[in-house]
Ligand binder design. Structure first.
Ligand code: AMP
Length: 147
């Protein structure tokens, strides 16, 4: 839980899927489906302009009966993007996901996006850590009993 986000990114890699601000919702969704991901960052050149997730497709496009082909992604994205530092911990990330009720966090360093962490990445990591800790306790107990 004290593992840094930088360590998670070392394992996962820093690839981030982005779309330009000129894209329609339809084009952004095609990109998400092509990569089998639930979220894209919307970029205005080098600047992070927003984040667009599958939740936005449901609540801001489908429920609002907007036409995905003619709706610019900028109209339905979240413009005020929360980002994390690579020095943040897995525990801090879990707290933010729970508090802010979102599942994606771009990681930035010196104002540049260097990766993306999802709630799935964090829970996978916690599960691996828990299994490793349980195994080491099992070994400690069985070693202690036989010794
Ligand atoms: P999610 O649960 O990640 O699909 O997103 C739920 C809502 O939060 C959607 O409206 C997203 O656009 C928004 N959202 C997701 N991640 C972030 C983030 N890092 N910063 C700001 N808003 C976000």
């Amino acid at each position: 839980m004290n593992t840094s986000i930088a360590t998670l990114l070392e394992h996962k890699g820093g690839a981030v899927k982005t779309v330009p601000v000129s894209f329609s919702v339809s084009e952004a969704v095609k990109e998400m489906n092509r990569h089998k991901i639930g979220c894209v960052l919307v970029m205005d050149g080098e600047r992070l302009a927003g984040i667009f997730t599958e939740r936005d497709v449901l609540t801001r496009v489908v429920a609002a009966e907007l036409d995905p082909k003619t709706t610019p992604v900028t109209r339905v994205m979240t413009g005020n993007v929360l980002t994390a530092s690579p020095d943040a911990t897995v525990q801090q990330m879990m707290d933010i996901f729970a508090e802010k009720r979102c599942r994606h966090m771009p990681v930035t360093k010196d104002g540049r996006v260097i990766g993306m962490i999802s709630i799935g990445d964090v829970s996978r990591w916690v599960s691996i850590e828990n299994r490793a800790e349980a195994e080491s306790l099992r070994q400690y107990i069985s070693g202690g009993l036989s010794g």
